[in-house]
Design a binder for this molecule. Sequence first.
Ligand SMILES: *[C@@H]1O[C@H](CO)[C@@H](O)[C@H](O)[C@H]1NC(C)=O
Ligand SMILES: *[C@@H]1O[C@H](CO)[C@@H](O)[C@H](O)[C@H]1NC(C)=O
Ligand SMILES: *[C@@H]1O[C@H](CO)[C@@H](O)[C@H](O)[C@H]1NC(C)=O
Ligand SMILES: *[C@@H]1O[C@H](CO)[C@@H](O)[C@H](O)[C@H]1NC(C)=O
Ligand SMILES: *[C@@H]1O[C@H](CO)[C@@H](O)[C@H](O)[C@H]1NC(C)=O
Ligand SMILES: *[C@@H]1O[C@H](CO)[C@@H](O)[C@H](O)[C@H]1NC(C)=O
Ligand SMILES: *[C@@H]1O[C@H](CO)[C@@H](O)[C@H](O)[C@H]1NC(C)=O
Ligand SMILES: *[C@@H]1O[C@H](CO)[C@@H](O)[C@H](O)[C@H]1NC(C)=O
Ligand SMILES: *[C@@H]1O[C@H](CO)[C@@H](O)[C@H](O)[C@H]1NC(C)=O
Ligand SMILES: *[C@@H]1O[C@H](CO)[C@@H](O)[C@H](O)[C@H]1NC(C)=O
Length: 739
Amino acid sequence: MALRLILLLQLAVLVWELEVAAELALPGCASHCGNISIPYPFGTTPECYLNQDFFINCNSTHQAFLTDSNIDVLSISVSGQLRVLSYVARDCYNKSGQRVANNDPWMTLAKFPISHTRNKFMTVGCDTYAFIKGSSGKKYKTGCLSLCESKDSVINGSCSGIGCCQTTIPVNVTSIDISVDSYDSYTGVWEFNPCGFAFVAEDGYFNFSSADLLDLQNKTKVPTVLDWTIGDEKCDQAKENGTSYACKDNSYCYDPDNGPGYRCNCSEGYEGNPYLLNGCKDIDECEVDNPCNVTHTCRNLPGSFSCFCPAGYEGDGFKIGTGCSPMPSSESKFPLVNVALGISISLLVLLLVSSWLYWGFRKRKLIKLKEKFFEQNGGIMLQQLLSKHEGFAEATKIFTTEDLKKATNNYDERRVLGRGGQGTVYKGILADNRVVAVKKSKIMDQSQVEQFINEVIILSQVNHRNVVKLLGCCLETEVPLLVYEFVINGTLYDHLHNQDQTYSISWETRLRIATETAGALWYLHSAASTPIIHRDVKSTNILLDNNYTAKVSDFGASRLIPLDQAQLTTLVQGTLGYLDPEYFHSSQLTEKSDVYSFGVVLVELLTGKKALSFDRLEEERNLAMFFVSSMKDDRLFEILDDRVLNEGNTKHLKEVAILAKRCLMVKGEERPTMKEVAMELEGLRILETHPWVNNNSNPEETEYLIGQSQDAYKGDNSSNIIGYDSIRDQVMVDFNGGR
Ligand SMILES: *[C@@H]1O[C@H](CO)[C@@H](O)[C@H](O)[C@H]1NC(C)=O
Ligand SMILES: *[C@@H]1O[C@H](CO)[C@@H](O)[C@H](O)[C@H]1NC(C)=O
Ligand SMILES: *[C@@H]1O[C@H](CO)[C@@H](O)[C@H](O)[C@H]1NC(C)=O
Ligand SMILES: *[C@@H]1O[C@H](CO)[C@@H](O)[C@H](O)[C@H]1NC(C)=O
Ligand SMILES: *[C@@H]1O[C@H](CO)[C@@H](O)[C@H](O)[C@H]1NC(C)=O
Ligand SMILES: *[C@@H]1O[C@H](CO)[C@@H](O)[C@H](O)[C@H]1NC(C)=O
Ligand SMILES: *[C@@H]1O[C@H](CO)[C@@H](O)[C@H](O)[C@H]1NC(C)=O
Ligand SMILES: *[C@@H]1O[C@H](CO)[C@@H](O)[C@H](O)[C@H]1NC(C)=O
Ligand SMILES: *[C@@H]1O[C@H](CO)[C@@H](O)[C@H](O)[C@H]1NC(C)=O
Ligand SMILES: *[C@@H]1O[C@H](CO)[C@@H](O)[C@H](O)[C@H]1NC(C)=O
């Protein structure tokens, strides 16, 4: 049994590894060459790499070469490094001081510079000096000198001039040429050191010891790290350029400090390949190392995590270190007193009888009261309507007071999720363990009963993934209670205006939220049998679930469209900052009022600023007005949220801003309909998530080569090449393939 479990686990790990590996490359592309993984933008065939720079030539014996060159690739990291092999320079003598071997290796790279942080130029020998020269935009030349008198004088593990010398490589080096020489032809040290060596090796690869003075003879190549980047542009320019921008969802762009071009990195809380669509995967922080207090339950969220109090505990479990206290039990336990049995029994009987009488009386009274409320709240009307709308009856449940009292722990203050103009919302747990939101409305006007019932009917019919689902209601209390699905991730407002960066949402997600919200409003305006105006669209009424899917909520103010004027004026509950300016003249809210409010939400998403804030300068207090005037002055990019500016494509951002401006037109008829808004956003979203359709129309010819010949180095600077010039050694590289 245990064995089988272990096998199963191993299988799961294997499958997982395969999956992870498969996500390195584009779909249908080889992710490995032998045991070397090839992450996109690299690839082994034209349809698998981003452009010719990223071509990995994988030959049939599974050796990987950089483009068409003879540069051996050892490994590629998605974070921007490429490990290749480069030659060791050697200068060897025989006992009589005659040179028996000397080679001067060089390497020319078409694009990717040698990493200045991860490599060292090293010289080994006891009578040795070596030069490295090359090009780093300008020409550069430097050198290293190492001497020693005996084998015992060297210090193992230390490369500081005695038998070993090292120096750093400057930035932006795309070609190197190494030469090594001797002062006295190793006379006096020949016994233990007949050769001098020089090479550019990955920092940490070579740990000098006295044995190397002899042993290095047998080492011809060492690993060297290159820094790879995309294109020649900086992030800003690349983003401007749109279609070829390589950083995909949940990633950001940065400019590395070595050479031209940019790189992408997965956003915080994500890992994977930022160059692939959906390549950055959410890190399950709860799995990796549970970051919550031991008493808390950890729940993974896209890009972050939450900590919750465990069952039976309550409190603000959201952040580490905050307390979860035991939930007070509703029945308190009577202490058992050691009293004479007879007295106990008689007392008990007395108690039972009297309480039975009392509760019976109260119960009858309560039932009467409930019936009254039920009637008053339109329960009978609802029951009739529900029975007419067959099929909806099962979806919409009529809850009893007991159900909801139990679910909300008797409307415990700690269960309050939010308070609004129309009532308080509690978190509740139903008997079947479903988590729900229970909305307790404020005192209800008798004249509104019909509207209320209508709302229940409408909402129970609405079945849209971006509208919070109404599960049922309870009419037995003086004020009716509505039971909604519980949406776990809070409101859009929380996420946009919380200072805590972990809440921040990516531009892609913001655009999706906007699209979903617009779609839901369009649906309410048009698709439902009778049009519904929401009347209070704002970021606090857009809830987000685990996947940041938008759920439009709070239809407390929404009504069916045909309404007479008088009711309209009394019912308006719009929120300042979102309220249609036309309302002040006409006292009417229309579908276009929802468009206006949605426009404000769109601006909130773009700028990350609150709709109305008294902390701001007077002219900036009302976000909608401030936005419109900024657009007029062509200052849009000054007021956008940093993250949006960083991640969004400039052209698309402009288009969204123009759309928002149209929604904010003072005259309702000049605003687009919700349908137009939803469709335009959907179109932009498709562009944003699939930004590259064509690419690579004119791949420049690039070549890489390594070799050992000075003449070759002097030649073509735009190709990759390594090699060495050999006087005695016949280690020559065939350049023909690389030219
Ligand atoms: C690939 O395999 C060779 C030997 O088979 C080994 O030396 C090398 O380290 C491996 N490379 C990687 C990246 O695992
Ligand atoms: C692959 O490349 C290596 C190194 O150049 C070479 O030794 C080997 O023969 C090549 N294999 C084939 C099948 O071309
Ligand atoms: C050293 O090399 C030179 C030239 O190659 C040769 O003439 C001489 O005999 C060599 N000496 C020894 C000791 O091998
Ligand atoms: C890096 O080198 C390229 C040419 O190799 C040159 O155009 C560029 O200006 C250099 N950049 C820096 C920062 O030196
Ligand atoms: C290098 O070798 C020395 C001994 O030869 C050892 O003490 C030291 O830890 C080594 N350093 C590294 C980085 O491996
Ligand atoms: C240095 O390391 C070599 C082998 O790596 C060893 O033979 C020698 O004894 C060491 N020298 C010292 C001083 O530890
Ligand atoms: C170099 O390798 C050869 C065989 O490959 C061996 O005979 C020789 O001893 C090695 N030399 C050193 C200094 O390790
Ligand atoms: C956009 O990209 C193309 C090729 O990728 C390049 O030629 C052009 O200069 C770029 N434009 C800007 C503004 O960076
Ligand atoms: C890239 O992301 C990783 C993981 O989040 C982080 O450790 C690293 O510092 C980031 N690099 C840059 C240049 O932002
Ligand atoms: C964990 O929670 C308990 C009580 O909820 C608290 O006393 C303790 O300090 C917390 N521990 C940490 C590490 O936050």
